[in-house]
Design a protein around this ligand. Sequence first.
Ligand SMILES: [Zn+2]
Ligand SMILES: [Zn+2]
Ligand SMILES: [Zn+2]
Length: 145
Amino acid sequence: MSPVNSGVPKLGARNTRQRTAVVELMKGLDNFSSAKDIYLKLEERGTKVGLTTVYRTLQSLAEVGGVDALHMASGETLYRACHSDVHHHHLVCTECGFTEEIDGGPVEAWAKGVASQHGFTLTGHDAEIYGVCGACAEAGAGKEA
Ligand SMILES: [Zn+2]
Ligand SMILES: [Zn+2]
Ligand SMILES: [Zn+2]
């Protein structure tokens, strides 16, 4: 498993019909979604793809870097097709799933430094930031008032 982009288009190559359906759907989604959400949305569109196939497709897409996978504290994994092909991180709203693509900033140098201190050749790193977006915070405050 390598996060290095080989120059091959990440979404769309060597697809089965079902894989294509999942990829096409995800391109239109802005928020991280669970396999179940994606399965239900495909069903709404009249595309017949089994839930197990959706899970497998998402897992294999995540392995090749075709989609981003987020492992939530709840144990659920959420998926999203990224709008950026260059290395980046995510700021994710845990309430609505709204996501900002963000720069890794100091994380990049830190990851390299830690790896080399331990004699590792860096092959990748993960760092996502979770929070509650402005809109959700406002909605939450409104409920309390
Ligand atoms: Zn992204
Ligand atoms: Zn939100
Ligand atoms: Zn990074």
